[in-house]
Ligand binder design. Structure first.
Ligand code: SF4
Length: 428
């Protein structure tokens, strides 16, 4: 009975590939919105209209709607994604302060450590509280790197810095870390037979893994209990050195707007010719080296605005600065793409422009999973045109849906680094 119902309503129940494509675009977007809404809710920030839209969107996939109605729902998902990222931004900055320009250490100390990855800042807060004074250090990994930028976390002296890079390097980096590893959200990859860390792996929240220990949800009014990870850490050697040095980040909208006079002066003087937004997800596929190549080959009068784990493709390159403004401005996690939109809208205002597309800014987005789809829909809703998307366009987009995106929003798949740099610098 349940299977019959599932067969009747599943996305692929239709043979119309455009219907299937628009339903997939909508549901991927909704998954991203739901993930962001959950992070906001964990911090006590909720909006009924966001939940209402998610229900409306899911219910719509069980009905036959006109193409126009489905496109309208996809656009409404973009609007809801903006609202949800704004809510999460409010939740994060109200609770932990505004991200600040910060040098993040990439090296290690001699103490045992716990590595925390994923996107859940509340888990980060509670882990820092429970490890303080224990002799156990804390390191971020992957999308938790931006935790280092928040005033509420920077005050903890045992938050040493960031260890490693994006999610797909976990197998090597988690082996090398030596201590407990806590995954707070998705983007956990399978542990290989030869890896040594399964008995050091902890999961929390919505993520779990066979053989890993799951930290139960927090009791009403209480904290999650990380004591098993802390006790294990005390028996582990210190992390192995895999890199050294520092990287700079913390360029959320508040920090960039604090530098607005400097940024505007640099644009007016021609010292900054163009901003390139390279936000989104990283992935293991070879073609993603395109994003490193673009960053390396962009002229020195360009600034890269980034958010999400796509940043690891270029945030450790020696790209220098322009009049003290670093050439890679990292706003934070993928949801902090909202910050990049706020920055663009403020620049539009400061330059007295009517349309965001008149700004000297290009969008070269790396997509991988549902949150990147939510960010993409948010940018479309905000009126951004001419975005490049790579390394390939999402496979669930049918040729007709791609045509709508191209005709309406001038979305284009990435080309070669040289071609795309030339086009972006020419404002295309
Ligand atoms: S940016 Fe995307 S791929 Fe990267 S960790 Fe976040 S959700 Fe995962």
């Amino acid at each position: 009975m349940a299977k019959a119902k599932a067969d009747e309503v599943r996305l692929t129940a239709t043979t119309d590939e455009d219907v299937r494509s628009l339903r997939s675009l909508l549901t991927f977007g909704c998954k991203g919105i739901a993930a962001y809404a959950e992070h906001a809710a964990i911090l006590g920030f909720e909006r009924d209209d966001i939940y209402g839209f998610l229900m409306e969107a899911l219910a719509s996939t069980t009905k036959y709607l006109s193409t126009d109605d489905m496109v309208a729902l996809v656009m409404k998902a973009g609007e809801t994604a903006v609202d949800t990222m704004a809510l999460l931004d409010e939740a994060n900055t109200t609770t932990y302060g505004h991200p600040e320009m910060t040098e993040v250490n990439l090296g290690v100390r001699d103490n045992p450590g716990i590595l925390i990855s994923g996107h859940d800042l509340k888990d980060m807060e509670e882990l820092l509280k429970q490890t303080e004074g224990t002799g156990v250090d804390v390191y971020t990994h992957g999308e938790m790197l931006p935790a280092n930028y928040y005033p509420a976390f920077k005050k903890y002296r045992h938050l040493v810095g960031n260890y490693g890079s994006s999610w797909w390097h976990q197998n090597e980096e988690f082996d090398a870390f030596n201590g407990p590893l806590i995954l707070t959200t998705n983007c956990l990859i399978p542990v290989r037979k030869e890896n040594t860390y399964l008995d050091r792996l902890f999961t929390a929240g919505a993520v779990s893994y066979p053989g890993a220990k799951h930290i139960p949800n927090r009791p009403n009014g209480g904290m999650k209990d990380f004591s098993a990870a802390v006790a294990l850490a005390k028996t582990c050697p210190a992390p192995k050195v895999i890199e050294s040095g520092k990287i700079v980040g913390g360029f959320g909208h508040n920090q960039v707007l604090a530098l607005a006079d400097k940024v505007i002066a640099a644009v007016k003087s021609g010292a900054i010719k163009r901003f390139i937004v390279m936000a989104g997800c990283d992935g293991r596929h070879k073609t993603r080296s395109y994003f490193t190549e673009v960053a390396e080959k962009l002229s020195k009068d360009t600034v890269i605005l980034t958010a999400g784990c796509a940043k690891y493709r270029y945030n450790k390159l020696p790209l220098g600065d322009i009049d003290g403004i670093p050439r890679v401005l990292d706003a934070g996690q993928c949801n902090d793409s909202y910050s990049l939109a706020v920055i663009a809208l403020k620049l539009k205002e400061a330059f007295g422009l009517k349309d965001i597309n008149e700004l000297p800014i290009s969008f070269d987005i790396a997509w991988y999973e549902q949150k990147a789809v939510a960010v993409l829909l948010a940018l479309l809703y905000l009126g951004v045109k001419g975005m490049r998307l790579g390394p390939t366009l999402p496979g669930f987009l049918s040729p007709n849906v791609v045509k709508v995106l191209v005709d309406k929003f001038a979305i284009t798949p990435i080309g070669t680094a040289e071609e795309d740099i030339a086009a972006m610098m020419a404002g295309r």
